[in-house]
Design a protein around this ligand. Structure first.
Ligand SMILES: [Zn+2]
Length: 140
């Protein structure tokens, strides 16, 4: 009788009745499952994330409409293109030796700039997202 592929329980959230209100819809096959999802949304502050994203989206949209702003490349992309050729990746500063970890020799990475706080760190060579990847070794 029960069809687990069907989401019979659906709830949608809108912060206000305006046509431009963001809409969050959640579905689940069971009431208990849906209750879990709603609780998870609250626990992870998903509503606040949606509110912030909605605000950012509308601000960017209005900029495009009123000022004629056009999309630009993400600053990180631009920065990468201006960097040294791929064949000669930027190495660590002179006098610094790459530390090692159980995964191998750590890689020198930098980021930030363009108004963002700059950072420098030695990064574990384990694949990104690996559960045993060592935390970044920040350099001041
Ligand atoms: Zn490591």
């Amino acid at each position: 009788m029960s069809d687990v592929t069907r989401d019979d329980f659906v709830v949608s959230f809108k912060p206000h009745t305006g046509y431009d209100a963001p809409l969050l819809a959640m579905k689940d096959a069971t009431a208990a499952g849906l209750a879990d999802k709603v609780a998870a949304a609250e626990a992870t502050a998903l509503f606040a994330t949606i509110a912030n994203a909605d605000k950012a989206f509308k601000a960017a949209y209005n900029l495009g409409v009123t000022l004629g702003a056009t999309p630009v490349q993400h600053p990180n992309t631009v920065q990468a293109q201006q960097a040294a050729p791929v064949s000669a990746p930027a190495g660590p500063p002179p006098g610094m030796t790459a530390p090692t970890c159980p995964h191998g020799t750590k890689a020198w990475k930098t980021g930030g700039g363009n108004g963002k706080r700059e950072w420098k760190a030695w990064m574990c060579p384990a694949p990104k997202g690996a559960p045993d990847q060592c935390p970044p070794e920040w350099v001041k």
